[in-house]
Write a protein that binds this ligand. Structure first.
Ligand code: ADP
Length: 629
């Protein structure tokens, strides 16, 4: 037997390890299982190149809880270590790694939140164990060794009996960490961190039914046998080639990732690149609907099939954090802060690769089956519209597949829309005027009146649409979007024939005066217009600019500096001087009767804009009953 002193400057490193990593104790298991996996994969490599002349077989890793003896075992069948290797890798290298780690993160550990992502390696075992043993036998023809350390820098090294190749790590679980002696807790950790690791991991056993013999009786009970309970899937879909996978495999993998999720994803995107960086993964579009506040931490980040985190902020462009799935890349530095990550060149490349790939996939889905894409549009539009707003490159690419549906369910791309309306929906300068509604019911009368005139009306109802329109107007420059109840569209859109006013200038002046006197509410600005006689006598519109700025403020960003959120709502009251009713108002003899007609008309206009509420509505209803009595 030999004893020795681990060569470190810090006299007692273990209390420090414990303290600094307090919140993330559980990662010790990930680290130890990762080491076991590495040792196994290394052996595979050495046998494949003929360096190790041993039979590789079908090695597994076993995790075993011995609650009574308060021990946790992690056993692999990998390359193992010779005595000299234990000296070198465990006593010298691993330890210095731990020390270096602590040195570097002493000050920042508390707030960085990155500790759990940093592989502290073998020594993280001391976060939960009061004593750690290593029993290991190298694939080389050398005796097995037994290393014991109780958390002080002193260790003990003896030869061991072990004859089978591989390493067994035994943790004597500390008094304050007995949660790690619970089978349920260990299973939870293995499922969280090791679910897709490349070597099978055995945790306990289970009963498996044997197939019934062919001549078995109808009511025969199948026999069972005890088999290893393998808790991971060593060959997850993302590690395979897209050509080897079918749609059902992707769906199956989705269920594996999100067992509690019953809805199927709309489509998937397989990521696969090895130059200039290494990245694989599968992203899924879930059914999103209009809700922007969906859970955003559903994409899991792996490094070589080891789970790292489900916070991919800074790695995936923000608009894609609404997606689900897996990203696996050994090239993402994790021992840095998030803000550093965002500035990192390699990470930027990864982020823009993902954006490009998502755009390409959307484009090909659109081209392959447009009808299907249109059907799914409502469920994916928030991601696409958000992406168009936040990533310039995505905005450009989205021209090919971003859709603008009409209230009647026709879906146009922007170029198609332009083509469709360029003849009869432009203003006097030739600028395209796109009409849209945000709510088919609330804006029904406005939609109907626009459609009567032969205009196309889009239905744009996602929560960020005001931002998107702003963006489209600035980048396309010869277009204005106007909501159907916005600035008087009758005047905006150039018409072949102008309507001539039936009223004389004097009549108009009188009418204006009468309306201004009668309408007390200063929120309404009266505007006289000579419109088609079938157009409603009174119509309330709201300036597009004002409304949109307010909306943008409510949904974050843009326009905030004007402080529009606090401005009272302002409306235009468009009075059609060519309508019969307006003529009647003018020609009515008594002032009282005139006022009644105006009040009633205004209330009707408010009603169709959804503005008539409370006492005003009650009065209106009462008054209307009086009138029909
Ligand atoms: P890292 O894995 O990051 O190199 P660790 O502290 O976890 O750092 O381990 C240090 C070294 O100890 C490893 O690089 C490896 O050579 C050796 N080692 C650890 N665990 C095992 C194991 N189960 N089998 C063989 N070698 C191991």
């Amino acid at each position: 037997m030999s004893t020795g002193k681990i060569n470190v400057a810090v006299e007692n490193i273990f209390p420090l390890i414990k303290k600094f990593l307090y919140s993330d104790h559980e990662i010790f298991l990930r680290e130890l299982v990762s080491n076991a996996t590495d040792a196994t994969i290394k052996l595979k490599h050495l046998t494949s190149i003929g360096e190790a002349k041993v039979d590789y077989g079908n090695p597994i890793i076993e995790v075993k809880v011995d609650k009574e003896a308060k021990k946790l075992h992690i056993i692999d069948q990998g390359i193992g270590m010779t005595e000299a290797e234990v000296q070198k890798y465990i006593n010298d290298i691993a330890f210095s790694g731990a020390e270096e780690f602590l040195d570097k993160y002493k000050d920042t550990a508390k707030d960085s939140g990155i500790i759990g992502h940093f592989g502290l390696g073998f020594y993280s075992a001391f976060m939960v164990a009061s004593k750690v043993e290593i029993i290991t036998k190298s694939y080389k023809d050398e005796p097995a060794v037994h290393w014991v350390c109780d958390g002080s820098p002193e260790f003990e090294l003896t030869t061991a009996e072990k004859t089978k190749r591989g390493t067994e790590i035994i943790l004597h679980i500390a008094e304050d960490s007995t949660e790690f002696l619970e089978e349920g807790r260990i299973r939870e950790l293995l499922t969280k961190y090791n679910k897709f690791m490349p070597v099978p991991i055995k945790f306990g056993t289970k009963e498996e039914e044997l197939p019934l013999p062919e001549d078995a009786a109808e009511d025969a009970e199948p026999e069972t046998k005890t088999v290893d309970n393998i808790i991971n899937n060593p060959n997850p879909a993302w590690t395979k080639q897209p050509t080897d996978l079918e749609d059902k495999d992707y769906k199956e993998f989705y269920r594996e990732l999100y067992p509690m999720q019953f809805e199927e994803p709309l489509f998937h995107i397989h990521l696969n690149v090895d130059y200039p960086f290494n990245l694989t993964g599968i992203l899924y579009f879930p059914r999103l609907g209009k809700d922007m506040n969906i859970q955003r931490d559903k994409i899991q980040l792996y490094q070589n099939q080891v789970f790292v985190t489900d916070n991919v902020e800074g790695i995936v462009p923000e608009f894609l954090t609404m997606l689900r799935g897996v990203i696996d890349s050994p090239d993402i530095p994790l021992n840095v802060s998030r803000s550093y990550l965002q500035a990192d060149g390699a990470v930027k490349k990864i982020s823009s690769y993902i954006t490009r790939k998502v755009a390409d996939k959307l484009k090909s889905l659109f081209n392959e089956d447009r009808a299907d894409f249109e059907k799914k549009w409502d469920d994916i539009k928030v991601v696409i519209e958000y992406g168009m707003l936040s990533e310039e490159k995505f905005f450009d690419k989205a021209e090919a597949f971003a859709l603008y549906p009409t209230v009647d369910g026709t879906y146009y791309t922007y170029p198609e829309l332009e083509e469709k309306i360029k003849e009869n929906q432009t203003d006097k300068d030739g600028k395209l005027i796109v009409l849209y509604a945000s709510d088919k019911d609330a804006q029904h009368s406005y939609i109907a009146s626009a459609k009567d005139k032969g205009y196309e009306v889009l239905l744009l109802n996602s929560p960020i649409v005001s931002h998107l329109l702003q963006k489209l107007e600035t980048s396309k420059d010869k277009v204005s979007f106007v909501r159907v109840d916005g600035d008087d569209i009758n005047n905006l859109i150039k018409k072949d024939e102008e309507h001539i006013s039936k009223l004389s200038d004097e009549e108009k002046e009188n009418l204006k005066k009468l309306l201004d006197e009668t309408i007390a509410d200063k929120a309404y600005t009266v505007k006289l217009e000579a419109l088609d006689s079938t157009t409603a006598p009174f119509t309330i519109t709201q300036p597009e600019f004002m409304r949109r700025m307010k909306e943008m403020q409510a949904t974050g960003g843009g326009g905030g500096m004007f402080g529009m959120g606090n401005m009272p709502d302002m409306y235009n009251l468009v009075v059609n001087t060519n309508s019969e009713l307006v003529g009647e108002i003018l020609n009515t003899k008594t002032k009282k009767k005139q006022e009644r007609l105006i009040t009633q008309s205004l209330d009707l206009a408010r009603l169709s804009q959804g503005l008539l509420k409370g006492e005003a509505l009650t009065n209106f209803v009462k008054r209307s009953y009086e009138m029909i009595k």
